[in-house]
Design a protein around this ligand. Structure first.
Ligand SMILES: [Zn+2]
Ligand SMILES: [Zn+2]
Length: 261
């Protein structure tokens, strides 16, 4: 029971951490910088953590930049305003993501600058056999440690971890919660302490100031991933860009970013 609980929570948190830290804040927005070597380390760790539902940083960044540009309009790749339910929304998103990753469609030039690329790893990660190998590893862990067969009902969450996180963030974050800022989209802050998706559910704050590495804007809000990023900055692994250097000037970052929205 303990082993399965730790495995489930660990896989959940690591998968969403690399999504928000590496794919989103670094890959799509470049809120901070890091050396090429660290970039490769985190790219690899993102693949390990996300396993069978790994998202290509290039595909994710284009899709996500489209989301900011067309937020809650018909061209948004995932808006709950134009989809019946989270499943329909994620299928719609998946098709757009697949077309971008397989280069069946060309993104607008404004969404394609400074993309992270590691084609060899992406190719291996997207193979059927790789997905099946990760799925088999999750299943073997459950065979070894699950106290009863009922626990196997959790396995699909491991197989589809990335899309499940995407559905929670993109559906709830534009539908449920409170608003700090009067943004032109439907974005909301769903949880004041986002222990579930490590900061991703501060959608309203993030749409107000997409270059702010701290998704928490008010005194009672806690963005767990930002606390980790500050630690990585303190030991020199990442460096904040000039605008984002001083955490004490958070309000300034929000005010300045809002003007460039
Ligand atoms: Zn959003
Ligand atoms: Zn964003």
């Amino acid at each position: 029971m303990l082993a399965i609980t730790l495995f489930f929570i660990g896989h959940w948190l690591l998968s969403i951490f690399f999504q928000t830290f590496f794919l989103h804040r670094y890959g799509a927005h470049r809120q901070f910088v890091m050396s090429h070597r660290w970039e490769r380390v985190f790219y690899f760790l993102t693949w390990l953590a996300q396993g069978s539902s790994f998202l290509s940083p290039r595909g994710y960044a284009i899709l996500h930049r489209e989301h900011h540009a067309f937020s809650d309009t018909r061209r948004d790749p995932h808006s709950p305003l134009f989809q019946k339910n989270p499943l329909a929304m994620m299928l719609h998103t998946k098709n757009r993501y697949r077309d971008l990753v397989q280069r069946r469609v060309e993104p607008e030039a404004r969404f394609a600058s400074g993309l992270l690329e590691w084609e060899a790893l992406d190719r291996i990660a997207h193979r059927w056999s790789t997905g099946i190998a990760f799925g088999a590893a999750y299943t073997l862990f459950y065979i070894a440690f699950a106290p009863s067969i009922f626990y196997f009902a959790l396995l699909p969450v491991h197989f589809l971890m990335g899309p499940i996180h995407g559905a929670i963030v993109n559906w709830c974050g534009h539908k449920y919660g409170y608003r700090n800022f009067d943004t032109p989209d439907a974005s909301r802050n769903t949880l004041p302490f986002d222990f579930l998706t490590l900061g991703e559910l501060f959608q309203n704050n993030h749409h107000q100031a997409r270059m702010a590495p701290n998704f928490a804007a008010r005194w009672f809000e806690i963005d767990p991933a930002y606390l980790v990023i500050r630690m990585l900055a303190a030991i020199g692994i990442v460096q904040f860009t000039a605008d984002n250097r001083a955490p004490g000037t958070q309000e300034g970052v929000y005010a300045a970013s809002a003007q460039n929205r």
